[in-house]
Each structure stands twice: as C-alpha cells, then as structure tokens.
Design a protein around this ligand. Structure first.
Ligand code: ATP
Ligand code: SKM
Ligand code: MG
Length: 182
C-alpha cells in the first residue's frame, strides 16, 4: 500500500507553522515534529546559543541534517513544522519536494512583525529594524516557498483554528484529487 505522505509546513517567521502544525497533527492523528525543537534537542542548546557560537552557517548545517534524517528516515504519517529559513538551501528544497505534501502558510510582513514581536527567540530579528529585515527575507524567500509548495494557505486575519481547518480541507481536497480516477 502507498505510504501516507508527510505533511510539511513552510513559511516565514510568525506564519504559524508551529501553532498550526500542532493543531493539524491532533486533527489528523499524526505525530508532530517541530524542526527548530529537533535541532535544539540534538544540540542540547537553544537556537540563540547555536547562532551565537556557530553562526547562521552552523545552524543551517544542523537544520539540513535534522530535516534529512527526519524526512528520509522511514517516518511516515507525521506533520513537520519547519523553520522560516528551510528553503534557503537547494539540498533542503530537494528533500521537501520528495513525496511530501508541502503547505506554504502565507502571512503578510505586517502580520509576521506583529506575531513575532512578543518573543526574542529569533536571532535574525534582533536588529534595529525587524520590519525591514522581515521584508528583505520575504522578497528572497516567498518565491522559494512557492517553488516547494504543494498548497498555499493564507493566514492573515484568521484564528489559528480556522487556519488549521483551512489547511486540513486543502490537504483532503489535494489527496482526493490525487487518488481519483479520471
Ligand atoms: N493565525 C494566527 N492568528 C493569530 N496569531 C497567530 C496565528 N498563528 C500563529 N499565531 C501566533 O503567532 C506567534 C508565532 O507563531 P508560531 O511560533 O507558530 O510561528 P512559526 O511560523 O512557527 O515561526 P518560526 O518560523 O519562527 O518558528 C505565536 O504567538 C502564535 O500564537
Ligand atoms: O527564518 C529563519 O531563518 C529562522 C526561523 C526560525 O524558525 C529558526 O529556524 C531560526 O531562528 C531561523
Ligand atoms: Mg516555529
């Protein structure tokens, strides 16, 4: 029998990947993984510490390693929330495109700013002008999220539960179309 595809959420910081991923995994009865958390558990240190000691490059190496061991292990039936920069490496985009259903959670820059403003856990946003940083990242990354996405779901002005339901409907529709006989 065909394996159930993994569901992978991509999108910018504050899109809600962690929040929606958890809700989605509960609704679908799948196991939930948050790649940022997996990286932290593997390193025995938090993301700000990794950036400080190893730089962004060190973090990206750990990110690719965690992604490939999760997705290329025999794990199936899981929901994986990624970090906002997962699409930056070609190697990661190839892994994402290898049989998973990838959902791009779209959020406008102003929503990203609002949703990330309460936490100082994101090293890339510890700048004088986080809005300008988010805008620059969005210009580079939005086309890459779209490149890997099977589905795109808009999250602005929606409660997390409503986003999760929208994602669920889109996944069901996608999987039904994929398996129906034309
Ligand atoms: N649809 C939504 N409406 C309002 N608030 C939201 C929504 N989705 C997420 N949030 C809130 O925004 C904040 C950031 O969400 P979350 O941590 O899930 O984002 P993320 O995409 O995982 O970010 P990162 O890439 O940094 O891991 C949280 O406080 C969360 O409760
Ligand atoms: O957008 C990014 O590059 C990042 C997003 C976070 O989820 C973390 O993965 C880390 O802070 C880097
Ligand atoms: Mg997250």
């Amino acid at each position: 029998m065909k394996k159930a595809p993994n569901i992978i959420l991509v999108g910018p910081m504050g899109a809600g990947k962690t929040t929606i991923g958890r809700l989605l995994s509960q609704a679908m009865g799948k196991e939930f993984y948050d790649l940022d958390k997996v990286i932290e558990d593997n390193a025995g240190a938090d993301i700000p510490w990794i950036f400080e000691r190893e730089g962004e490059d060190g973090f990206r190496k750990r990110e690719t390693q965690a992604l490939s061991s999760l997705v290329q292990s025999d794990k199936e039936n899981c929901v994986l929330a990624t970090g906002g920069g997962i699409v930056m490496r070609d190697e990661n985009r190839s892994i994402l495109n290898d049989g998973s259903v990838v959902v791009y959670l779209y959020a406008s820059v102003s929503q990203q700013l609002y949703r990330t403003s309460k936490s100082s856990h994101r090293p890339l946003l510890q700048t004088g002008d986080p809005k300008a940083t988010l805008r620059k990242l969005f210009e580079v990354r939005d086309p890459l999220y779209r490149e890997v996405a099977t589905l795109v779901v808009e999250t602005d002005a929606r409660h997390p539960k409503s986003v999760a339901n929208k994602v669920l409907d889109a996944i069901k529709r996608h999987l039904n179309t994929e398996t129906s006989i034309s």
